[in-house]
Design a protein around this ligand. Structure first.
Ligand code: ADP
Ligand code: S3P
Ligand code: MG
Length: 177
């Protein structure tokens, strides 16, 4: 069965740098669904970058914006949504994601994440003296929350995004009702 026949919404969760935005965009293209990214949506609506929101308003205000956007996007049909890594912190977000689509947890190795985000300044939580320690702490805190709502857990150590998405589509086909 071609991937085009995959029904419903797909929501990607996982740590920063796991590949949610990249994999989500490719999955949407393959399945003919509309792609959204909650961070991009926040940036589009506010007209500023995520880093600026963290700098000026702080993380709490960012989380409030994120919650609003996720609640709205989850009402849509046939979308692929890449969430931000911390979206699952709010119980309301976990509930709305779990009940409106198939949740895909992209589970990445810390070493891979560090390599992928090394030169990137767009993630405020990683602008620290010790990003490895920060990622380890986030993993401890968040892995149980990702697992709580995941329908599919996907290892992302595969370095070829197209191959990764093909494997993911095979997994999703086996989940269809
Ligand atoms: N499977 C992969 N293998 C190698 N690089 C990847 C993979 N997935 C994503 N990347 C790269 O890692 C970086 C972070 O990916 P991104 O999609 O922004 O992650 P997220 O949205 O989860 O934070 C990007 O530069 C992207 O090209
Ligand atoms: O993990 C987090 O708390 C965050 C992840 C980021 O998204 P990505 O996971 O797409 O990098 C972005 O929402 C913000 O910087 C906070
Ligand atoms: Mg992203």
């Amino acid at each position: 069965m071609p991937a085009m026949e995959l029904a419903g919404n797909f929501f990607l969760v996982g740590l920063m740098g796991a590949g949610k935005t990249t994999v989500g965009r490719t999955l949407a293209r393959h399945t003919g669904k509309t792609f959204y990214d909650s961070d991009h949506e926040i940036e589009r609506r506010t007209g500023v970058k995520i880093t600026t929101i963290f700098d000026i308003e702080g993380e709490e205000s960012f989380r409030a914006r994120e919650k609003q956007i996720i609640a709205e996007l989850c009402q849509m049909q046939d979308i692929v949504l890449a969430t931000g890594g911390g979206a699952i912190l709010a119980p309301e977000n976990r509930q709305v994601l779990a009940s409106h689509g198939t949740v895909i947890y992209l589970r990445a190795q810390i070493d891979d994440i560090l390599a992928r985000t090394k030169h990137d300044k767009s993630r405020p939580l990683l602008q620290t003296a010790n990003p490895r320690a920060k990622l380890e702490q986030l993993y401890q805190q968040r892995d149980p929350l990702y697992m709580e709502i995941a329908d599919v857990v996907m290892d992302t150590s595969c370095q070829n995004v197209n191959t990764l998405v093909q494997r993911l589509e095979q997994r999703l086909l086996t989940q269809q009702p």
